[in-house]
Design a binder for this molecule. Sequence first.
Ligand code: GDP
Length: 298
Amino acid sequence: KASWLQRLKAGLSRTSSQIGGIFSRRRIDEELLEELEATLLMADCGVEATQTLLAELRRRWKHDKLETGEQLRAALGEILVKLLTPLQQPMQPDAHKPFIIMLAGVNGAGKTTSIGKLARHFQSQGKSVLLAAGDTFRAAAREQLMEWGRRNDVSVIAQDGGDPAAVAFDAVSAARARGIDVVMVDTAGRLPTQLHLMEEIAKVRRVVQKAEPSGPHEVLLVLDGNVGQNALAQLKAFDQAIGVTGLVITKLDGTAKGGVIAAIARTHPKPLRFIGVGEGIDDLQAFNAVEYVDALLD
Ligand code: GDP
């Protein structure tokens, strides 16, 4: 089985074949810079980040007297690493007990999959985990989470129908009573345009805080890397509703839009805790700016 970094490289190759492909055996000129600008936009770096990157590259081209495409690629790598490094902030689950993580996202972003991966991650660190099945809309989603919990020795708090905020309250109270290390409060998938559902998730957050005044300690937004610039719109809306403190970006193993992380770093930076690089239980990796940029420009 390929290592996750190889899979990331293979996945991002749809992005990097656009970007990385244009440097070799060329000299730097206006034409190359314009081509680079177009490919960065195509890779979903967004207008602001692309302009920032290009301006800095032009400055270095003149100031540092860069000549070859390869030198330009190296300069781009340096600038990208500088842009993305502030996002590289690992989660600190030892800071509280229980450490309360609330998860949000649109349907299909990879929330359920990421919860499974995260539970495995925490268990492998010797931590006990409890889940709150906050998707009270879909009985099937709840069943799926409970079945998964049984198989993986993770307790799941659920309620038939019921109020997601009440489930969250029960879960946090249970975690405190049982001395659990990490509670993950799942929420139903929702779109930022569904205002009543955005109000509902804001209430879940308030009720979690009622159950534990220091929490939630992490409000994690799960974003699908394939949606490109739309991820930014989701981030802004969820941030406004619930105060996002960290991101998981999924499906980076098969996307041509890997530049979206640069767009986030430039216009709405949030700690990128983990990236999803596959469907398997171990396919979740702490974000590392140098590795990511390497894969992007490979
Ligand atoms: P939810 O609706 O947000 O809970 O989304 P799910 O967790 O059900 O995921 C939706 C689909 O995306 C499923 O088929 C997952 O296997 C897939 N998925 C989730 N994360 C990743 C990832 O990092 N890489 C790939 N390739 N697929 C993923």
